[in-house]
Design a protein around this ligand. Structure first.
Ligand code: SF4
Length: 328
């Protein structure tokens, strides 16, 4: 327990998931032995490494890149319990949205899932104050969407000051943080500030993601989408700045190459599991099954992006640096 009487966040550097594969509590990502045979690991797997469970589609923001523009009623706690039973064997679960912290019973959902899974919570943090104490010590990290300084974040995503108020509430409760920034051409100059903010917050990582052409992003100016070459140059420049300035958070950048197609498994509020993003599919989704009706093993069996899934989550198909420990 901490001095504040809250459960302590596990201090260990990493936790073993399967032989040869661990989850880093510092950088908030999976790590594998260097000589891990990816194809063999995929062949041996009976379930995904990570799934995204949408506990709601509702959100109080309207980010300019948001793909979640269609509404589905929230799953009940009973349905979430059935999903949990069918997700046995999945090491990490993102309790996601929409904005997951908009659910008043979010603490109960965390209580339902945290003993069997590494939990991560992607959030805009604006409801952080309501939930921070109830989920502290139970989630591995909160992944905050933040495009950098006030003007940029407010323009691209939503109210920076509301986000940061929630971020401070989560941090004060001892919840480990990571940041996630969607990269536009017009936000490139803000990225070093994003890294600096992440460093000040002692975040585990900064995830840089290119927008996908879906939902609100269909209205973006074409000029906002940078090429893969520009993304590579951006990552190289940020990595260099990271060294110069001594930023500790890991950097991870995902671009939409064939190696990353369909790597995510998203469970919608109605239990429908989908591979995402599938580039030539309508709405970039490919239906895989329903976790209210069948266990994840059955869905995993028919999932055709297994290798992309493992390669992405093990950092082999994306650009990465690792978290730097204090004192190094
Ligand atoms: S991207 Fe996330 S925070 Fe933004 S509107 Fe969509 S669900 Fe809400």
């Amino acid at each position: 327990m901490t001095d504040l009487g809250m459960p302590a966040i596990p201090a260990s550097r990493s936790q073993l998931v399967t032989p040869g594969l661990a989850f880093s509590n510092w950088g908030h990502h999976f790590t594998a032995e260097q000589n891990l045979d990816l194809k063999a690991a995929v062949k041996a797997a009976r379930a995904p490494l990570s799934v995204i469970v949408q506990v709601t589609k509702r959100c109080n923001f309207g980010c300019s890149f948001c793909s979640e523009t269609l509404q589905i009623p929230d799953p009940t706690l009973k349905e979430l319990e059935l999903m949990r039973l069918h997700l046995a064997g999945v090491p990490r679960i993102f309790l996601s949205g929409g904005e997951p912290l908009m659910r008043k019973d979010f603490g109960e959902i965390v209580d339902m899932y945290y003993e069997d899974h590494i939990l991560a919570v992607p959030t805009n943090a604006t409801h952080g104050l309501q939930h921070a104490k109830g989920i502290a010590g139970k989630i591995a990290f909160a992944n905050i969407g933040l495009e950098g300084p006030r003007t940029t974040t407010t323009r691209v995503r939503g109210n920076y000051d509301q986000i940061m108020a929630g971020v401070h509430a989560l941090k004060d409760a001892g919840i480990p943080l990571s940041l996630s920034a969607v990269v536009y051409r017009s936000t490139l100059s803000a990225l070093p500030f994003t890294c600096q903010i992440a460093d000040v917050l002692e975040a585990g990582k900064v995830k840089l993601i290119m927008p996908l052409r879906k939902g609100n992003a269909l209205d973006l100016d074409e000029n906002e989408f940078i090429s893969d070459t520009e993304a590579a140059e951006t990552f190289a420049r940020l990595s260099e700045l990271r060294t110069i300035h001594g930023w500790r958070p890991a950097l991870r950048m995902t671009t939409w190459t064939p190696e990353n197609e369909g790597h995510m498994i998203v469970i919608e509020p109605n239990g429908v599991a989908r591979a995402w993003p599938v580039y030539d599919a309508p709405d970039l989704w490919e239906r895989l099954g329903n976790v209210l009706e069948e266990p994840i093993e059955a869905i995993w069996e028919r999932y055709r992006f297994k290798e992309n899934h493992f390669a992405k989550y093990l950092g082999r198909s994306i650009r990465t640096t690792t978290h730097t420990e204090a004192g190094r």
